[in-house]
Design a protein around this ligand. Structure first.
Ligand SMILES: C[S@@+](CC[C@H](N)C(=O)[O-])C[C@H]1O[C@@H](n2cnc3c(N)ncnc32)[C@H](O)[C@@H]1O
Length: 324
């Protein structure tokens, strides 16, 4: 017998394949070649990211989860009854699960992610383990303006946005400002946002987190070239590129690149792209912050930083921001 369909409302606003094609061709035509990090997360990329989260060197996931568990009762008190929770880049839903352990009823949980298969799987799993919860999955690019669906519950409390996993660090400072400012205006007065922010620290600890011994981050980075081969007519030879990640102390960011190991030409959709030996494609930034530095950024975007939690080693931080 087929099991009954699970109660996940699904809104499909997935970007068009033509956006990927245009972004790849434009990014590789720049003097410093680059690719937007949102394209890491096709189905194999989302799986590789999950494997990164379990790595010893990748302190971010376990540390943020621990902070969420400690802070959850206070967050529940601050939010009041029946909040409407909206998560941006929800991934495996691991962190909303940690919050739900401590929260009472939610009006609904709206889960937004660009990675469609992963979003659907994680949403169905969550609905299965929380039968009373309205789960709404939205496949979309959260950097675009979204008209979010209304929950069924007419008595929804205040809205709470979640942006975990140091994902804010993948934006440039201007993009981060825009994302936060849009969030503040969409949540509205009385709304709140929880943001997981990675902190500045020892260069060796940071560089190890993005250069794991098992090579999972390297595989995640190289998967972007495999995705281009899979989805566009392209002939990247993966053996001729290598993962390169380092901390730029002055800019306060990890940079991830794919470095060409030879002088070579790659064809994408009939267009030739020449790589010199040692030339790189810049694939991701991961900005690290000081506590006050991030609070200042949140204030400039229209939030009032109301509470911040960190772990005893001050590796990571969780910011509770309210819209005045
Ligand atoms: C760094 S991971 C964090 C995942 C999860 N929040 C966590 O903390 O483990 C970023 C997540 O955001 C999603 N994502 C990245 N860029 C996105 C975009 N522009 N729009 C929507 N989702 C995006 C990815 O698919 C991925 O699930």
């Amino acid at each position: 017998m087929t099991p009954p369909a699970l109660a996940v409302a699904f809104h499909d606003l997935e970007p068009e394949p033509s956006d990927f094609r245009l972004d790849v061709l434009a990014g590789l035509s720049k003097p410093q070649k680059e690719l937007p990090p949102k394209y890491f997360y096709d189905t194999p990329g989302a799986k590789l990211f999950e494997a990164i989260c379990a790595l010893d060197e990748y302190y971010l996931t376990r540390t943020e989860l621990e902070i969420i568990r400690v802070a959850a009762p206070e967050i529940a008190r601050l939010m009041g009854p029946n909040p409407l929770v909206i998560e941006f880049g929800s991934g495996s839903n691991r962190k909303i699960r940690a919050l739900l352990e401590r929260f009472g009823r939610l009006a609904a949980y709206i889960s937004i992610d660009i990675s469609k298969d992963h979003l659907l799987e994680a949403s169905r799993d969550l609905a299965k383990s929380h039968p009373g919860l309205e789960v709404i999955a939205v496949c979309a690019d959260y950097t675009t303006r979204l008209d979010l669906p209304e929950p069924k519950d007419p008595a929804a409390g205040r809205p709470l946005g979640l942006f975990f996993g140091s994902t804010i660090g993948n934006f440039t400072p201007l993009q981060a400002h825009r994302f936060l400012a849009n969030g503040a205006s969409e949540l509205g007065s009385g709304g709140a946002m929880l943001v997981g922010v990675d902190l500045k620290k020892n260069k060796a600890v940071l560089e190890a987190a993005y250069n794991d011994r098992a090579g999972v981050t390297a595989a995640f980075n190289l998967n972007l070239l495999e995705r281009i081969n899979r989805e566009l007519a392209a002939d990247f030879d993966l053996a001729r590129f290598r993962h390169h990640a380092f901390y730029d102390e002055e800019r306060g960011r990890i940079e991830m690149h794919l470095m060409s190991l030879a002088s070579q030409e790659v064809t994408i959709e009939g267009e030739g792209f020449v790589f010199a030996e040692g030339e790189t494609i810049h694939t991701e930034n991961s900005y690290k912050f000081g506590l006050e530095q991030f609070q200042e950024m949140a204030r400039a975007a229209g939030f009032e930083p109301a509470r911040v939690w960190s772990d005893p080693e001050r590796l990571f931080s969780l910011h509770y921001l309210v819209v005045p």
